[in-house]
Design a protein around this ligand. Structure first.
Ligand SMILES: Cc1cc2nc3c(=O)[nH]c(=O)nc-3n(C[C@H](O)[C@H](O)[C@H](O)COP(=O)(O)O)c2cc1C
Length: 209
C-alpha cells in the first residue's frame, strides 16, 4: 500500500498526508528503535523529582516526532526518559510498516519489546507517548501496558499524529488501562512536535507539575 492508499482507506485528506509525512523526512525510520543495540539504549536515567513526584517518561517513536516531544517533556519535567524498543524493528520502508501496523492492530497482537523498567513501583507519574497508528496506539504499547504494573498509577499520555488528530489514542488507552488514573493528554501534529515548548509547559501546569 502506498501513502495515498493509506489515506484513501482511512479517509485522511491530502493535506493530512503532507502533515503525516512532515517530520518523517523520508520513508526511513530515524528513531532510536532502529539503532538500538542494547536494552534501553537512548534512555536518560536522570533521577529527578518534581513536587516530590518521581517521573518516568516512556515513549515509542518510529520516525522521531514523538521522541522530540518526549525529550521536551523530559527537559521541562525531569525524570527518567526511556524509549520503548520493539524486539523486531519496524521496517524503514514506510509502506511495509503501515501494513505491519494494520495487521498487528487487526489481530490484537502484542509485539515483543526489549525495554526494561528496573523498578516501576518507584514512579508516581508515568508519561506515556506514542504516534497515532491507524487511529490508535501502536500495539507494542499494549505489550508495555501488560508487561509493567501500571495499576493505580497516574498516566499522562501524549501523542503525535499525521493529520488525523487524537482519534482513539486516548480512549483506547483508557480501555487498556482501566485501573490506572489517566490524566489529560497532550496531542500534537508530528510537524509541531519539535517546537512544542509552550504546549508542553501549559500541559505540565494543568497536570500540577
Ligand atoms: C503505521 C502508521 C500508521 C499511521 N496512522 C496514522 C493515522 O491513523 N492517523 C494519523 O493522523 N497519522 C497516522 N500516521 C502518522 C503518524 O502518526 C505521525 O507521522 C506521527 O507524528 C509519527 O510519530 P513518530 O515520528 O514518533 O513515529 C501513521 C504513521 C504510521 C507509520
Amino acid at each position: 500500500m502506498n501513502r495515498r492508499d493509506f489515506l484513501k482507506t482511512t479517509g485522511i485528506s491530502l493535506a493530512a498526508l503532507a502533515a503525516m509525512c512532515m517530520g518523517c523526512g523520508s520513508s526511513s525510520a530515524t528513531s532510536g528503535q532502529t539503532s538500538a543495540t542494547t536494552v534501553n539504549e537512548g534512555s536518560k536515567q536522570v533521577m529527578d523529582t518534581n513536587n516530590g513526584k518521581k517521573i518516568l517518561i516512556a515513549y515509542y517513536s518510529y520516525s522521531g516526532n514523538t521522541k522530540a516531544l518526549a525529550e521536551e517533556i523530559h527537559r521541562q519535567a525531569g525524570g527518567d526518559l526511556i524509549p520503548i524498543v520493539p524486539e523486531t524493528p519496524y521496517s524503514e520502508t514506510y509502506d511495509v510498516t503501515v501494513a505491519r501496523a494494520k495487521q498487528e492492530q487487526q489481530s490484537n497482537a502484542r509485539p515483543a519489546i526489549k525495554t526494561a523498567i528496573p523498578n516501576m513501583e518507584q514512579y508516581d507519574m508515568v508519561f506515556l507517548g506514542y504516534p497515532n497508528w491507524w487511529g490508535s496506539y501502536p500495539m507494542l504499547i499494549a505489550t508495555f501496558a501488560e508487561k509493567f504494573n501500571l495499576e493505580g498509577k497516574k498516566i499522562a499520555p501524549f501523542f503525535t499524529h499525521g493529520g488525523g488528530g487524537e482519534q482513539r489514542c486516548a480512549s483506547d488507552l483508557r480501555r487498556l488501562l482501566p485501573k490506572s488514573d489517566i490524566q489529560e493528554s497532550l496531542c500534537l501534529s508530528g510537524n509541531s512536535a519539535r517546537s512544542a515548548q509552550g504546549e508542553v509547559s501549559t500541559w505540565l501546569k494543568k497536570l500540577g507539575m
